[in-house]
Design a protein around this ligand. Structure first.
Ligand SMILES: *Cc1c(COP(=O)(O)O)cnc(C)c1O
Length: 389
């Protein structure tokens, strides 16, 4: 009796993590401990030597000319908008299907977000909707300033088309790569694809720290200088010389020390994510809509998000929960349906895809340490639930 209970719990209690930060920590714990100890020993908690070292590692990793670390991904977006002088009367186009931080960075500066639709197959901003978004802004008497594209679930947005449109209409392009750092388009890494690229080191992002953190990448020397000033209270020669309105938006030295160790294994983790994604794609294609990765693109799979028929998604998710398999819904609402953003304008033609996706999406366990035996449990449970629904 005791024995059979024990074996039963061995079968059913094996925990499958949605994102496994413990496995990652176990791999590098001694190096993290040593890195933290070095900071405690030198005591330069603000803008210490690890900040400079990490920024240099980031540049080397993604090939960007400048890497400016900051407090979090939301402030990274806000800092770039501040550097562009965005404010009331300005319009910035962004997708209606993304995390709230994207439009929040625009709205908090008093500018207007214009929500544009996304593509169902990539979940990313649909370049075909940009003209409609631009027209909506002009009709309202707003000055269109830029586009904030999002690398949703780790896949770079269609920057070729977005940057071409932006150049034709004198707009800047901010890449919200909070989920996309480490990804690639045509051999170019995220970090070099827009006017500025912003990322987040929130713990659950593909490259995460043990708290909040973020970074901005750009090729533009003048923009980089302005961002470094905004990061520290609009400093001129120092923080007691204030040449513009800025923020306190520095990354902690401790987080930089941790991130140096995590970045050292990031390429290896991205490769492991490809293996996991490939296993999902091979097992699930045909039964559910798996993510579409366009040619010459590499996703870092911040989420592995499938689409299910709207009427069946919730019961399938419930069946997986009953089997001990965690899932998540990113995102449950289009942003134009969120209370805070209801009054913001939509591109002419609306955002029908962004409004449909919240009923269809389901994100599955995805991380570099997902072993085949656990993943097979996810796959089997999902295929069974799809067949029975
Ligand atoms: C996480 C996220 C952000 C914000 O990053 P924080 O570091 O949490 O402020 C912005 N945009 C997108 C798309 C995100 O997923």
């Amino acid at each position: 009796m005791a024995n059979s209970n024990a074996s039963k719990s061995a079968v059913y209690s094996a925990h499958i993590a949605f994102i496994d930060l413990e496995a990652q920590q176990a791999r590098i714990r001694p190096r993290i401990d040593a890195a933290i100890k070095r900071v405690l020993d030198h005591g330069q908690y603000i803008m210490g030597p690890e900040i400079t070292a990490f920024e240099s590692d980031l540049r080397a990793f993604c090939g960007a000319r400048h890497a400016i670390t900051c407090a979090n991904g939301t402030e990274a977006l806000q800092m770039v908008l501040m550097a562009q002088g965005v404010g009331p009367g300005d319009a910035v186009i962004c997708p209606a299907f993304t995390f709230t931080a994207t439009p929040e960075a625009i709205a908090v500066l008093g500018a207007t977000t214009i929500f544009a639709d996304v593509r169902a197959d990539t979940f990313n901003l649909d370049p075909a909707c940009l003209k409609d978004a631009l027209d909506a802004a002009t009709k309202l008497g707003l000055k269109p300033r830029g586009i904030m594209a999002v690398d949703l679930f780790g896949l770079p947005a269609d920057y070729d088309a977005i940057v071409a449109f932006a150049n034709d209409h004198d707009l800047f392009v901010i890449a919200d790569a909070a989920q996309g750092f480490g990804a690639e388009t045509k051999g170019r890494k995220v970090g070099t694809l827009g006017t500025a690229t912003c990322t987040s080191f929130f713990p659950a992002k593909p490259l995460g720290c043990y708290g909040d953190g973020g970074a901005i990448f750009t090729e533009d020397d003048a923009l980089a200088e302005t961002l470094r000033s905004i990061r520290v209270h609009g400093k001129g020669t120092d923080k007691y010389d204030n040449v513009r309105i800025g923020l306190n938006a520095r990354l902690d030295t401790l987080q930089a020390a941790i991130l140096i160790e995590k970045l050292a294994i990031f390429a290896d983790e991205i490769a492991a994510r490809q293996v996991v994604a490939q296993r999902y794609a091979e097992a699930l294609a045909g039964a559910v809509a798996v993510p579409h990765i366009p040619n010459d693109h590499v996703s870092v799979y911040a989420q592995y998000t499938i689409r299910l028929p709207a009427g069946q998604r919730d019961s399938i998710a419930k069946a997986l929960t009953a089997q001990g398999i965690p899932t998540a819904i990113y995102y449950p609402k289009a942003l134009n349906h969120q209370t805070a953003y209801r009054s913001y304008p939509l591109a002419a033609g609306g955002v029908p895809v962004a409004e449909r996706l919240p009923g269809e999406v389901l994100s599955l366990p995805m991380h570099p340490y997902l072993v085949a035996s656990d993943q097979n449990r996810v796959i089997d449970a999902l295929l069974t639930a799809v067949r029975m629904t």
